[in-house]
Design a protein around this ligand. Structure first.
Ligand code: ZN
Length: 111
């Protein structure tokens, strides 16, 4: 039970990863749903998907077409969030519409 000092940064990083993990889990659900929907409907069909923000307990939903979702997630760094959750997510907001916002991870890296 030693070596607790100096572990602050690590736990902060862990917490950030946990939040990101929650976001990724919801993104995976969306991806599965979109893949299924493609089999039975057209790309212009609007679907109710889960907000992919970094809040672990988020239950918000976003409405967007399969086409829109495909376009956004073609970039793996991007995620779809509810408009009201874009500002509280830790990632950079790269697009805002009336129905959803798009956030992008790691914009500040390597710049
Ligand atoms: Zn959310």
């Amino acid at each position: 039970m030693t070596a607790r000092a100096g572990g602050r940064d690590e736990s902060t990083v862990d917490a950030a990863y946990a939040r990101l993990g929650a976001a990724i889990a919801r993104a995976d659900e969306n991806r599965a749903l979109v893949t299924e929907a493609y089999k039975i409907t057209s790309p212009q069909t609007a679907l109710t998907l889960r907000c992919e923000c970094m809040h672990r307990l988020c239950t918000e939903v976003v409405a967007l077409t399969l086409e829109e979702y495909e376009e956004i997630t073609a970039d793996p760094a991007q995620a779809v969030v509810a408009p009201s959750h874009a500002d509280v997510d830790e990632r950079e907001v790269v697009k805002r519409t009336s129905r959803f916002s798009v956030v992008e991870e790691g914009l500040r890296e390597g710049g």
